[in-house]
Write a protein that binds this ligand. Structure first.
Ligand SMILES: [Zn+2]
Length: 332
């Protein structure tokens, strides 16, 4: 159980528990408005979750048919997985918005063909993950693919766009990093920031490496740098409560941001220290920095170390010693 969200007449939080005691704890949806409803995120397509959402909304006096549009914080399956099911269940045309940079992630083609891309193969080879562990990562991706349906007729939104209705006024704040199209939504009247996976209370969000469409080592998009810039962006907002995509709501956004920055700085120092000791691959760095790591977390850990290496390479503190695979990095 998580602590109850503040009661606001026109903003209803629905926190649906994840099965299997996931570290994400809950998938959070938000129903906004006193009349037609705008829904922020949908949760993943785990068996039974749609029924739980319908039942919890009903308690708040909201029917699925009251939903007039869905806005998605970013293109990860646990945030849009049920969009199509909700559209179908409502039985009427329902617009669905996501930032332009993540729009393709909701498409049938992506889910069928690009969920595990050639760049993903390239990435794990360069990282140096042993063959027996690659199988676990790939089967996890195959499983994740089953937790969403492709969404048709999705519309792009941009930074600064507004969504208004009876009892709420949202502004889109583009916060790339966790995903290139990640967005927060700021409700200025109640000073609420709907943060998606950009800010979460119980975990430090992961600036995930992009493994599609030539994003790997794209000099114009580096996930951790973008993520840190996006933290600065929301730091300027006058926020009372943060309503995240997972887990409990938060107060004190500025302190949380400071702790995230501190976490990333310390991780960066650890990575650099390990490379100064001796040249290492990403996988060897994982071994050093996360000595006890379940295989299910291996991809996230690879992504995390990769993102730090991008910054250290940019800053000229390390260099590629051997292009491998696996790639080996050394200090300058
Ligand atoms: Zn996410």
């Amino acid at each position: 159980m998580i602590r109850p969200f503040p009661v606001i007449e026109s903003i209803h939080a629905v926190a649906v528990p994840f099965p299997n005691e996931s570290h994400l704890i809950t998938a959070n949806l938000y129903a906004l408005g006193k009349g037609p409803i705008t829904l922020i995120d949908t949760g993943p397509k785990f068996p039974g979750i749609l029924e739980t959402i319908v039942a919890r909304l009903k308690i708040k006096g909201i029917r699925i048919t009251d939903i007039e549009r869905i806005i998605i914080t970013h293109g990860h399956i646990d945030h849009f997985g049920l969009a199509l099911s909700i559209q179908k269940l409502a039985g009427h045309a329902m617009q669905c918005f996501i930032h332009a940079a993540d729009l393709w992630k909701l498409s049938r083609q992506d889910i069928q063909k690009e969920f595990w891309s050639r760049e993903a193969d390239d990435f794990i080879t360069r990282v140096g993950i042993p063959l027996n562990k690659i199988k676990t990562i790939k089967s996890r991706f195959s499983f994740l693919k089953t937790l969403c349906d492709p969404v048709e007729d999705v519309l792009p939104m941009e930074d600064g766009d507004e969504f208004c209705g009876n009892g709420y006024h949202l502004e889109v704040v583009h916060t790339p990093g966790h995903s290139p199209g990640a967005c927060c939504f700021f409700e200025s009247e109640n000073k609420i920031l709907f943060s998606g996976d950009h800010v979460i209370k119980h975990i430090t969000p992961n600036p995930l490496v992009e493994l599609n469409r030539n994003q790997l080592r794209n000099p114009n998009y580096q996930s951790l740098k973008s993520y840190l810039d996006s933290l600065e962006k929301i730091m300027k907002l006058d926020v009372r409560w943060v309503f995240p995509g997972h887990g409990e709501y938060m107060n004190g956004l500025k302190d949380i941001i400071t702790s995230y920055k501190c976490h990333h700085r310390q991780r960066q120092e650890k990575v650099l220290r390990a490379i100064k000791e001796k040249p290492r691959s990403v996988y060897a760095l994982i071994d050093k920095i996360f000595p006890v790591l379940p295989d299910s977390e291996l991809f996230l850990a690879s992504s995390d170390i990769w993102a730090h290496l991008e910054i250290l390479l940019n800053d000229g503190q390390i260099t590629l010693k051997d292009s491998g695979p696996p790639e080996i990095y050394q200090a300058i």
